[in-house]
Design a protein around this ligand. Structure first.
Ligand SMILES: [Zn+2]
Length: 344
C-alpha cells in the first residue's frame, strides 16, 4: 500500500482576510479529486508528527529561516507582492517538517510511493528566498521537496522531476552544485512566464555538470509536446539511475486550471507520466506544488492512478499542438541535448 500524507494543520497557512489563489481550499480540492475517482482508498494515511522547522537548515540559510520565523506572527504579512505569511503558517511549517521526515523514513523503510499534499508549496523557495533572480517567492516559503531530496541523498542517488508549469527555480538553485541530486524540470518557456528562469544551458555547477536539465514547453503546447517532454525527462532519469525519485508535481498546466497559463493539457498526459515513472521501478515521493482548480480535481487523480498502475479514471481528450509549437519544442530539445553532451 502507498502512503498519503496531509494534515489539517496545512490549512493554518491562510491568507484571510485577503483573497489568494494559494489558499486552504486547495487541500480540499486535492482530497476531493482523489476521493471522487476512487484513488483515496488505495492509500494508507499515517499520522504526521510535528517536526522542527530547523530541519530546513539543510536547504535554507539561517538568515532566511530567521526572516521567515519573524514575519506574520500577529496578522497576515506579505513577504513579497505574491507571497503571504500568516500566524498559522508557522504551525503548518512545523507539521510540514514532520511530513518531510516521515516521507524520507517511509521510503527508506521500503515504502514504494508516498504522496504528500503540502501547504504552503515550496519549489520556488531558494537558499535565501527568491531564487535565481526571480522577482518573488511565488507563493512558496520553505522548500520541502529539496529537503526530502537532500535527506535521501545521504542514502543514495536522487532524481527530482518537476513538471509544474513554472520552473522550480528554488529547488534547482539549492541542488545546482550537488552531483548526487539530478534535477529535471519541464516548464513553460521562461521568457513568457514567472519566474523567468530555467534555460537549456543551465545544466549544473562545477562538479555537477549534466545533472540538471530544463525542458521547455513553448506557449501553446498541448498533450503531444508534453508527452515528448515527459519521455525525455524519464529517459534522463533512467540514465542517472537514481535510488530514489522525488516529484514536484504541479497541475497548473492542466486545461482550465490557471488563467495565466498558455499550456493546456488533459488527463491522459498526466496519467501517462505516472505510468512512465512507475516503470522506473524506484521508490517515489510525490510533493504537490501548483494547481488551483481543475488540475487538482482531475490532473492529480489521473497522475496518481498512473503511479499506482491503474487506468486513467478521468478520461479527457488529449489534443495536438500546432506545427509552429512542435518545431519550437524540437529546437529547444536539440539545444538541451547539445548542452548535456547528448546530441545525437
Ligand atoms: Zn506553478
Amino acid at each position: 500500500m502507498a502512503a498519503l500524507l496531509y494534515h489539517e494543520d496545512f490549512k493554518l497557512h491562510d491568507p484571510s482576510p485577503y483573497e489568494h489563489p494559494e489558499n486552504p481550499r486547495r487541500l480540499d480540492l486535492m482530497l476531493s479529486g482523489l476521493r471522487d475517482y476512487g484513488i483515496l482508498e488505495r492509500f494508507s494515511a499515517p499520522e504526521i508528527p510535528l517536526g522542527d522547522v530547523g530541519e530546513y537548515r539543510l536547504v535554507h540559510s539561517e538568515e532566511y529561516l530567521r526572516r521567515v520565523a519573524s514575519r506574520g506572527l500577529s496578522e497576515v504579512e506579505w513577504l513579497d507582492p505574491d507571497t503571504y505569511i500568516s500566524p498559522g503558517t508557522h504551525e503548518a511549517l512545523k507539521r510540514l517538517a514532520g511530513a518531510a521526515l516521515l516521507t524520507v523514513d517511509s521510503l527508506v523503510g521500503g515504502e514504494g510511493l508516498v504522496l504528500l499534499l503540502p501547504r504552503p508549496p515550496g519549489h520556488h523557495a531558494g537558499r535565501d528566498g527568491a531564487a535565481m533572480g526571480a522577482p518573488t517567492l511565488g507563493f512558496c516559503i520553505l522548500n520541502t521537496s529539496a529537503l526530502i531530496a537532500r535527506k535521501l541523498s545521504s542514502r543514495g542517488r536522487v532524481s527530482i522531476l518537476d513538471f509544474d508549469l513554472h520552473h522550480g527555480n528554488g529547488t534547482q538553485e539549492i541542488v545546482y552544485n550537488d552531483p548526487r541530486i539530478q534535477h529535471v524540470d519541464i516548464h513553460q518557456d521562461p521568457r513568457t512566464i514567472y519566474p523567468g528562469t530555467g534555460y537549456p544551458w543551465q545544466t549544473g555547477g562545477p562538479g555537477a555538470e549534466g545533472t540538471k536539465a530544463n525542458i521547455i514547453l513553448p506557449p501553446g503546447a498541448r498533450d503531444d509536446v508534453f508527452l515528448e517532454a515527459a519521455r525525455l525527462a524519464v529517459n534522463l532519469i533512467r540514465g542517472f539511475d537514481p535510488d530514489y525519485i522525488v516529484v514536484d508535481a504541479g497541475f497548473d498546466g492542466y486545461r482550465g486550471d490557471n488563467y495565466m497559463s498558455s499550456v493546456s493539457l488533459a488527463s491522459p498526459s498526466y496519467h501517462e507520466l505516472g505510468v512512465m515513472l512507475r516503470g522506473l521501478g524506484r521508490p517515489i515521493a510525490v510533493v504537490v506544488e501548483g494547481g488551483y482548480g481543475s488540475g487538482l480535481l482531475e490532473g492529480l487523480p489521473a497522475f496518481t492512478a498512473g503511479l499506482l498502475g491503474l487506468g486513467d479514471p478521468v478520461g479527457r481528450d488529449a489534443r495536438r499542438s500546432v506545427r509552429d509549437v512542435r518545431e519550437k519544442f524540437k529546437a529547444g530539445v536539440e539545444e538541451l541535448l547539445e548542452h548535456l553532451g547528448l546530441k545525437r
